[in-house]
Design a protein around this ligand. Structure first.
Ligand code: SAH
Length: 360
């Protein structure tokens, strides 16, 4: 058993079975052994790789997008630039370098705020962004008001979901318990009143037997806060993640370690636990708040419209042969029609009186 699994065993022994969201929260953020608290998971030698770690062109294109969104909003004097879950800080570094070079006026308007739960990754971000003034937050609500640009790449997939299973006898919630004989964790289900589940979404009534419905309460909280901020103060938010566009059912809980998929209940704390993002739900929350929603579009379409291939070829001109190959391969990977290019979706939120942002 991993040290975290021992801790979980004690929790379950004392308090009974735990929900999937409780498991995800502990697995990611336990102060001693949580996945994000105890390691830097990114890169070829880590567990997974994200777009900004694949090629600098990704962050540069997002920087360009921020710049056009700022112009669309009438170039406000002050811009609260927010990143949710900044990982190593690479994306923000690439955004800031681009903005500084292309539009110094915009750079001068920026006040930088990062939302990050991992102490270890905060330290990494501090190093990466050592030339900038940064304020960290545990949640988006503590960030000062003002025209805001909010960026989130692979943030919403890391937020904890709960799972509900439709059985022949009605809705059940999935919990995790410890099988004392085998000393292994396993899923069990307990009945939940239909009335409670029906409140989550209207589509719930269409569920067939064995359907799994996933609810992400924290993602909903973030979506509300983010939309209110854009509604009252502008400028825009950009969310990039893997997920589904239409409301649906299915088990999307996944564990990734060393670039491979694992059973979510083995080696807990040593694998990254995530779930697909429910873009339809985010969209309905945004619309309820009264902001305009753009997309989701495929990452491939978004990045190519904003010129990632052109930018890559410009970078290649000043690169060594080895760097050039990495840049080209990186760009191809991000826009691959059968890979990241279509798995990842991009959604933007703006006030309703702003013109459609670039790439949508
Ligand atoms: N955006 C980065 C990293 C994505 S990984 C990139 O593209 O490379 C997810 C990030 O979200 C990590 O920085 C992780 O520590 C952070 N995170 C996960 N859950 C969080 C939470 N509940 N609150 C704040 N940050 C969280």
């Amino acid at each position: 058993m991993t040290p975290l699994e021992n801790k979980l065993r004690k929790i379950i022994k004392a308090d009974g079975p735990i929900s999937v969201s409780h498991l995800m929260r502990i697995a990611a953020n336990d102060t001693d052994y949580g996945y994000y608290q105890s390691r830097d998971p990114f890169g070829t030698f880590g567990d997974f790789i994200t777009s900004p770690e694949i090629t600098q062109a990704f962050g540069e294109i997002i920087g360009l997008w921020c710049l056009t969104a700022w112009q669309n909003a009438g170039c406000p004097d002050k811009t609260i630039l927010i990143e949710l879950g900044p990982g190593r800080g690479t994306l923000m570094l690439d955004i800031l370098r681009t903005v500084k070079k292309l539009l110094p006026n915009f750079m001068e308007s920026i006040e930088l705020h990062l939302v990050e739960s991992s102490t270890m990754l905060r330290q990494q971000q501090r190093l990466t962004l050592k030339n900038y003034n940064v304020t960290w937050h545990d949640f988006i609500n503590t960030i000062p008001e003002g025209p805001s640009l909010i960026i989130a790449n692979e943030f919403f997939d890391a937020l904890p979901i709960d799972q509900y299973l439709m059985t022949k006898n009605g809705w059940h919630k999935r919990l995790i318990t410890l099988d004392p004989k085998r000393n292994k964790f396993s899923f069990i289900t307990v009945p939940v009143p239909k009335k409670k589940v029906a409140k989550f979404r209207s589509e719930i009534s269409k569920a067939e037997t064995n359907s799994i419905f996933e609810r992400n309460r924290l993602a909903e909280k973030y979506a509300e806060s983010l939309a209110e901020r854009i509604f009252y103060s502008g400028i825009a938010a950009l969310l990039i993640d893997y997920g589904y566009v239409k409301p649906g059912f299915g088990d999307t809980l996944q564990a990734v370690k060393s670039h491979k998929y694992y059973d979510p209940l083995t080696d807990i704390g040593n694998a990254d636990l995530t779930a697909h993002v429910d873009f339809a739900n985010l969209e309905s929350i945004f619309k309820e708040t009264g902001v305009a929603v753009h997309g989701p579009v495929l990452q491939r379409n978004f990045l190519t419209t904003l010129g990632i291939e052109h930018r890559t070829m410009t970078l290649v001109k000043n690169a060594t042969a080895e760097q050039a190959l990495l840049l080209i391969k990186g760009c191809q990977r991000l826009i691959a029609p059968n890979g990241m290019g279509s798995l990842f979706k991009v959604m933007a939120v703006t006030p309703t009186d702003t013109s459609t942002p670039e790439g949508f």
